[in-house]
Design a protein around this ligand. Structure first.
Ligand SMILES: Cc1cc2nc3c(=O)[nH]c(=O)nc-3n(C[C@H](O)[C@H](O)[C@H](O)COP(=O)(O)OP(=O)(O)OC[C@H]3O[C@@H](n4cnc5c(N)ncnc54)[C@H](O)[C@@H]3O)c2cc1C
Ligand SMILES: NC(=O)c1ccc[n+]([C@@H]2O[C@H](COP(=O)([O-])OP(=O)(O)OC[C@H]3O[C@@H](n4cnc5c(N)ncnc54)[C@H](O)[C@@H]3O)[C@@H](O)[C@H]2O)c1
Length: 410
C-alpha cells in the first residue's frame, strides 16, 4: 500500500486524461488508475457512430496506445472494481479484498444507463449502449434484424437509429415526450431532428408509454404500449438516459446531488478527493452555478483541471460546455448551457429547411448557446460569443451576411 499514490477510480476518458495530465505536469509519484472494464480506456462517441456503422477500426477508439500506460509508469488495473472509499484512512477498497492507499483521489466513475422499468426489459435481444461490447452486439443485431424498436429519442436513440437505417433496418422510435431531444434542445430545434429522421424513413412515435417488451422463449419480439398498440421488432434498443455513478462518494459521506458536488477546481467536499467527467456536478465560474455535463468534451478537459489542482496548481474549469452529434448527413456542434426553461428566444441564421444553419438560444438579449448544423469552422466563434455574454442585435445576428466576429467586439 502506497500512501503517496494518486489514485484514479474509473479508467475511461476522464480517468485516462487525468493520468496523462499528472505526468504531463511533472508529477513523478505513483499513479494508480483503476477500472472495472476489461478494456483499456476508450472513447464512447464512436460506439453509436462510425464504430457502430463499421467505418472505424476497434483500435481507433482507445484513448492511448496499449503501451502508453507502462511507458508513463501508470499502474493501470483493469477488471478491478472499487467497492468502497474510506476518506479518514485515505484508502479505497477493491472487490478482490485488497486496499489501495492514496494521498489524493480522483473519482471519474462516469455514469450508467437507466434501466427501463417494465416487464421484459432484460430479455435477450434488448440492448443498452454504454460499452464497446454493447456496440458490437447492436451491430450484430442490425446485421440479423429487419425491424428494430428504439425506446427513447435522445442521443443514443437517434444515433443508433441513424446507424440502423444505414444498415438497412426498419426502425420505429418510441419516445415518451412530444419531440426528440426536447430537454437538450427545446422545441424549436428539436423539430429539426424529428424532420431529419422522418426524411430517412423512420417511424417516429411521440407520447409513447412503453408498458412491456414482449417476447417468446425469453427473446424480445416487440413492444407493447400502454394504449395497447403493438410494435413488432427483432431487437429493441433502450436509450432513456443515464444516472451518475455516485455510489462510492455517497457511501463515504461526500456531498452529492445530481452527481458529486465539486468546486471549480473539481475538489469535492473532502479536500483530498476530486471528481471529473460525467459524475461531477461542479461549480462553473462563467455560469455562476453548479452544473453536471455528461458529454465527451467535458470528460476530455475537466480532468486536466482536476489533475492540476491535485498537484497544487491554481486551476478552475470554466470552458463553455460543448457537444456534437453526427446523424446521417447531419453534423452539428453545440456550445453553451441552457436549461429547458432557461431561455426566452431561439433564432435561426441560415437555411433550416436545408439543414444548414446556426441556432442561437437567447435570454435577456444575450446569447446563451449556439448550435451550428452542417456549417463548419464556426463553433470557436460561437463559444467566444457565449463567453462574452453581451446583449446582441438579433436582426444582425440572424443575417448570414453579417460576420459572426461582429458579435465579439465591444
Ligand atoms: C454510445 C455513446 C456515445 C456518445 N457519444 C457522444 C457524442 O457524440 N458527443 C458527446 O459529447 N458525448 C457523447 N457521449 C458521452 C460521453 O461518452 C461521456 O460523456 C463520457 O464517456 C464520460 O466519460 P467519463 O470518463 O466521465 O465516464 P465514463 O465514460 O462513464 O467512464 C467511467 C468508467 O468508470 C468505471 N467505473 C465506475 N465505477 C467504478 C468502480 N467503482 N470501480 C472501477 N471502475 C468504475 C466505469 O465502468 C467506466 O469505465 C456518448 C456516450 C455513449 C455511451
Ligand atoms: N452526441 C452526444 O452528445 C451523445 C451521443 C450518445 C450518447 N450521449 C450521452 O449518453 C448518455 C445517454 O444518452 P440517452 O440518449 O440515453 O439519454 P438522453 O437523456 O439524451 O435521452 C433520453 C430520452 O429518452 C426519453 N425517455 C425517457 N424515459 C422514457 C421511456 N420510459 N420511454 C420512452 N422514452 C423515454 C427521454 O424523454 C429522452 O428523450 C447521455 O449522457 C448522453 O449525453 C451523448
Amino acid at each position: 500500500m502506497n500512501a503517496d499514490a494518486y489514485v484514479i477510480v474509473g479508467a475511461s476518458l476522464a480517468g485516462a486524461k487525468a493520468a496523462e495530465t499528472l505526468r504531463g505536469e511533472g508529477f513523478g509519484g505513483p499513479v494508480l488508475l483503476i477500472g472495472e472494464e476489461t478494456e483499456r480506456p476508450y472513447e464512447r462517441p464512436p460506439l453509436s457512430k462510425d464504430y457502430l456503422l463499421g467505418e472505424a477500426e476497434r483500435e481507433s477508439i482507445y484513448v492511448h496506445p496499449a503501451g502508453w500506460y507502462a511507458e508513463h509508469d501508470i499502474d493501470l488495473r483493469l477488471d478491478a472494481r472499487v467497492t468502497g472509499l474510506d476518506p479518514a484512512a485515505h484508502e479505497v477498497m477493491l472487490a478482490d479484498g485488497s486496499r489501495a492507499g492514496y494521498a489524493k483521489l480522483l473519482l471519474a466513475t462516469g455514469s450508467s444507463p437507466l434501466r427501463l422499468p417494465v416487464p421484459g426489459s432484460d430479455a435477450n435481444g434488448v440492448h443498452y449502449l454504454r460499452r464497446v461490447a454493447d456496440s458490437d452486439q447492436i451491430k450484430a443485431a442490425f446485421a440479423a434484424a429487419s425491424r428494430v424498436a428504439v425506446i427513447g429519442a435522445g442521443w443514443i436513440g437517434l444515433e443508433t437509429t441513424a446507424a440502423g437505417r444505414a444498415a438497412g433496418v426498419e426502425v420505429t422510435v418510441l419516445e415518451a415526450a412530444e419531440l426528440p431531444l426536447l430537454r437538450a434542445l427545446g422545441r424549436e430545434a428539436a423539430q429539426v431532428f424529428a424532420d431529419l429522421h422522418r426524411d430517412h424513413g423512420v417511424d417516429l412515435r411521440f407520447g409513447a408509454q412503453v408498458a412491456e417488451i414482449t417476447g417468446t422463449g425469453g427473446r424480445a419480439d416487440g413492444v407493447r404500449l400502454a394504449d395497447g398498440t403493438r410494435v413488432d421488432a427483432d431487437a429493441v434498443i433502450v436509450g432513456i438516459g443515464i444516472t451518475p455513478n455516485i455510489q462510492l462518494a455517497e457511501a463515504a459521506g461526500l456531498k452529492v446531488g445530481n452527481g458529486i458536488i465539486a468546486d471549480a477546481a473539481l475538489r469535492t467536499s473532502d479536500p483530498d478527493v476530486y471528481a471529473a467527467g460525467d459524475v461531477a456536478n461542479a461549480y462553473h465560474p462563467l455560469l455562476g452555478k453548479h452544473i453536471r455535463v455528461d458529454h465527451w468534451y467535458n470528460a476530455l478537459h475537466q480532468p486536466q483541471t482536476a489533475a492540476k489542482a491535485m498537484i497544487g496548481q491554481d486551476a478552475a474549469y470554466d470552458r463553455v460546455p460543448y457537444f456534437y452529434t453526427d446523424q446521417y448527413d447531419l453534423s452539428m456542434e453545440y456550445a453553451g448551457y441552457v436549461e429547458p426553461d432557461g431561455y426566452d428566444q431561439v433564432v435561426f441564421r441560415g437555411d433550416v429547411g436545408r439543414r444548414e444553419f446556426i441556432a442561437f438560444w437567447l435570454g435577456g438579449g444575450r446569447v446563451l448557446a449556439g448550435m451550428n448544423v452542417n456549417i463548419f469552422g464556426v463553433n470557436d466563434t460561437i463559444q467566444a460569443i457565449v463567453r462574452r455574454g453581451r446583449t446582441v442585435d438579433t436582426g444582425r445576428l440572424t443575417d448570414p451576411d453579417v460576420p459572426l466576429e461582429e458579435f465579439l467586439g465591444d
